[in-house]
Write a protein of this length. Structure first.
Length: 387
């Protein structure tokens, strides 16, 4: 059992929180799960002690007060593991205060904040010649109208600021527009979030590739994983329902070059889309924290949460480059229900579905050794369907 620190998972509501909790607990590292919802998935895990804190979105000052109170109660330093951007955006500006009790294994806020905005990520990519989709960053409707003639439709609108608020408002991560009229309507709906307007790179969900990694304060990669989505929901622009580990050293090298340019320290996901026309990888985004299917990296031998924890407590360890491939991850309860519906509607082929379920395979929530989160997830899904 590690005695030089305790992991503290922030916003422990999703499969990435469970992945962090289980990855650390398997290595004897004590874990606290925090969330404003006492029934959040991570709060139900037998591998973590649950602590209710206020919501960083609805009550950021209260969230910081609760985090400070938690820190004062600890006998050893806490190591923070954010699972969503909102926690980083609240903790970052208060890092000097929160740092009295917690270690934050990610870039200082002054270095990280320019890259929370997607425009900063795209600017860094362009500086090193990393492909990015043709993208506009209008400030008002006049800018949109002036640029319509140069656009190649369809396009998507993706928030540069407050992505959580965008998703709460629209129920999705992006808005699509098939033509100029649709674009103007969508801009009117989303203008408050200053969305980027980007061309859609052709290719299915399986063309969305990821480098997931942990890099130390000098920018040295200590643990690296690559893989790609198989299916997501909503189709085309959503979150993973099935994914596959596949080591791609060339992709890892290119994405680390981008993280070098950003000067990134911490856990991150660099997501790209592999263009079916020419095979080039176009930047989708850099997420400066864990991603939904991080447990797949641990399954194939790359324990990224452990790498972050050990580095934070002064015991850094480097994982060898490369890992097992051809291993799958699914959110079984959601994936199977949605897939059955899509099969009936002719929107999903049997071969496509079969590939997502090919062994070896792990579930992002269900675990025989930690069953309560999976049982509760199934209960909620059944309640929604019956209701």
């Amino acid at each position: 059992m590690a005695t030089d620190g305790v992991a503290v998972v922030l916003q422990a509501s999703g499969p990435n929180a469970l992945g962090i909790i289980r990855s650390l607990a398997a290595r004897g590292i004590p874990v606290l799960a925090t969330d404003c919802d006492p029934k959040a998935l991570g709060m139900l895990s037998r591998h973590a002690r649950a602590e209710v804190v206020r919501d960083p979105v609805g009550d950021p000052a209260g969230f910081l007060d609760d985090l400070a109170a938690l820190g004062r109660s600890l006998d050893v330093p806490g190591v923070l593991f954010p699972t969503h951007d909102e926690a980083i955006e609240v903790v970052g500006p208060a890092e000097a205060h929160i740092g009295q009790w917690f270690r934050m294994p990610w870039s200082p806020w002054a270095d990280l904040s320019p890259y929370i905005d997607k425009s900063g990520q795209h600017a860094a990519a362009r500086r090193i010649g990393f492909p990015v989709p043709a993208t506009l960053e209008p400030t008002d409707e006049n800018d949109v109208r002036a640029a319509i003639g140069e656009m190649r439709f369809p396009v998507i609108l993706k928030p540069r600021v407050d992505p959580a608020g965008f998703k709460r408002t629209f129920g999705r991560q992006v808005l699509q527009a098939e033509d100029a009229d649709a674009l103007l309507r969508q801009w009117d709906r989303a203008e408050a979030h200053l969305p980027q307007i980007s061309e859609v790179i052709p290719g299915g969900d399986e063309c969305l590739w990821t480098l997931g990694s942990y890099r130390d304060a000098s920018g040295t990669p200590l643990a690296s994983f690559t893989g790609h989505k198989l299916l997501q929901w909503p189709v085309g622009f959503g979150t993973a329902r099935a994914a596959e580990a596949w080591w791609d050293p060339s992709l890892a090298w290119r994405c680390h070059a981008l993280l070098d340019e950003i000067g990134f320290h911490g856990i991150s996901q660099v997501e790209v889309k592999r263009d079916t026309r020419d095979g080039r990888d176009y930047l989708i985004e850099v997420n400066p924290r864990s991603w939904l299917w991080i447990s797949l990296a641990t399954e194939v031998g790359v324990n990224i949460p452990e790498a972050a924890f050990l580095d934070a407590v002064g015991r850094p360890h480097t994982w060898p480059e490369g890992h097992r491939s051809d291993v799958r991850w699914v959110l079984g309860a959601k994936h199977l229900g949605a897939s059955a519906d899509k099969l009936r509607r002719g929107r999903l082929g049997r071969r496509e579905l079969t590939r997502t379920l090919k062994p070896p395979i792990i579930d992002g929530v269900w675990s025989v050794s930690d069953p309560r989160p999976g049982i509760d997830q199934m209960r909620r899904l059944l309640t929604r369907r019956i209701g």
